[in-house]
Design a protein around this ligand. Structure first.
Ligand code: EPZ
Length: 417
């Protein structure tokens, strides 16, 4: 198993390029299933979740070529509609293939994604929406057998602005009969990226990012070429890493407006941030606590930035009260941060972080993708050596983090154990 070995205490300075968005590339990969042509996807992040999504497409019969950060997918010969359980278990977000498989085949078989590191990960909003569109769903032996030869457009008010449910409905509706209107839809930038990708294929979708998405069903969809938006959570993570080490760095290839909530909080914490086009510069020499952070659907403070930002607040002056409103159990990183000397008191969805002058290195374990990022940030700021195990979690969403951080002057090695 691999680990990261980090010697903390070095200020991160220099220039880093931000990868394409993991949470865009996954629904976009699913969307290639509805194209009657070859799709070329640029700025594709080289992370394990991308590889899993490509493995699912190959298993279904797609032709896939992967060269650096450009992926070519041709689904014209895809006849299969069942995703093997082993692949579903590798990545919970594989449920996003459901809508696209129904759109293409009128049927789909996936295993129930089940609970995961962030607490129960229900898909009731996905399933009830698809049933409204005429899909019959039978659950047996932990699998979902879905059938919907004719998908009917309809009004779908979402009880919660679920990102995945919004994306699944868009993918099921894109070739449905009539018009589908999703209200209380998720507004995340990745929804807009998916809308743009589908429209580049000839779909007729509008409203992504506004909370009301209108999808008019069309017949033929062609292949297209698309560049994936920057990863706003990777951007957030490296901003926190630079701030935690009192560094000064320039992030290139970002989309500053996708990070408004975090940038505003970092400024309140005493960081200097400058935006210019796709450049984001951060400098920090005196870090104050944010006092109160409440995760919210976009454009609020992103739940995916909660753990990395908590890693930063562990070494800020003062206390910060975190309220995690999106997921039930997204504090597993706290116990690992406490092993490094962090003063954190969790209570249900609330966690109070009292900043300390210095953390100390320790052997810690990544509990999930963003929890692992929090540990990297804490380790970079800590005195001494930290070894992070189970870094396969981090590799799901971060492209070679040890290279990115070394480029900024960090002392970090990926070691085999
Ligand atoms: C997406 O997950 C992201 N993943 C998550 O990023 C992100 O944290 C989340 O959106 C919220 O922004 C991808 O895009 C691949 P949701 P998703 O449906 O779609 C409840 C990361 O670290 N819910 O918006 O699964 C659910 O339990 C990952 O990159 C239902 O109750 O999130 C949760 O409490 C982690 N029923 C809340 O809604 C449903 O049918 C948000 O879920 C669906 C969701």
């Amino acid at each position: 198993m691999q680990r990261f070995r980090i010697e903390g205490g070095k200020s991160l300075c220099g220039v880093v390029d931000i990868q394409g968005a993991k949470n865009s590339i996954l629904p976009i990969m699913a969307a290639t299933l509805v194209a009657d042509g070859e799709c070329v996807i640029e700025n594709c992040p080289d992370i394990s979740d991308t590889h899993t999504a490509l493995e699912i497409l190959r298993t279904l019969g797609a032709l896939v070529k992967h060269r650096g950060n450009t992926v070519t997918v041709d689904c014209r010969n895809v006849l299969d509609y069942e995703i093997p359980d082993a692949l579903m278990r590798k990545m919970r977000s594989s449920v996003i293939f459901l809508g696209a498989l129904l759109s293409r085949h009128g049927k789909a078989v996936i295993s129930f994604p089940g609970g995961c590191e962030l607490g129960p990960r229900p898909i009731d909003l996905h399933l009830s929406a698809l049933e409204k569109m005429g899909v019959t769903i039978r659950e047996e032996f932990g699998c979902l057998f879905c059938n919907g030869t004719v998908l009917e457009g309809c009004e779908i008010p979402l009880a919660f602005p679920s990102v995945g449910a919004t994306e699944n409905i868009m993918l099921a509706a894109v070739r449905a009969k009539g018009t589908t209107v999703i209200t209380n839809a998720a507004k995340e930038p990745e929804i807009e990226d998916l809308q743009n990708f589908l429209n580049e294929m000839g779909a007729n979708i509008c409203g992504a990012g506004t909370g009301t998405v209108v999808i008019r069903g069309v017949n033929g969809l062609t292949g297209c070429t698309h560049r994936v938006i920057p990863d706003r959570i990777v951007t957030a993570t490296y901003l926190c890493a630079v701030a935690a080490t009192r560094g000064n760095a320039l992030l290139r290839g970002t989309c500053p407006q996708h990070n408004r909530a975090l940038v505003s909080v970092l400024r309140q914490c005493g960081c200097e941030l400058e935006e210019q086009g796709d450049l984001l510069r951060i400098a920090c020499d005196n870090l104050l606590a944010a006092r109160r952070i409440r995760t919210m659907p976009y454009p609020g403070f992103p739940t995916d930035a909660q753990a990395p930002f908590m890693g930063l607040m562990c070494v800020a002056k003062g206390s910060t009260v975190f309220v995690e409103t999106i997921f039930e159990n997204r504090y597993k990183h706290i116990a690992e941060l406490q092993r490094m000397g962090a003063h954190i008191t969790p209570e249900g969805r609330v966690a109070v972080v009292e900043g300390v002058r210095r953390l100390h290195g320790a052997p810690v374990q990544a509990t999930d993708l963003r929890g692992g990022a929090a540990l990297m940030i804490a380790a970079l700021a800590a005195d001494g050596i930290t070894e992070i195990s189970d870094i396969y979690h981090i590799d799901r969403g971060y492209e070679r983090p040890e290279q990115v951080l070394s480029q900024l002057g960090a002392s970090i090695l990926r070691v085999e154990h």
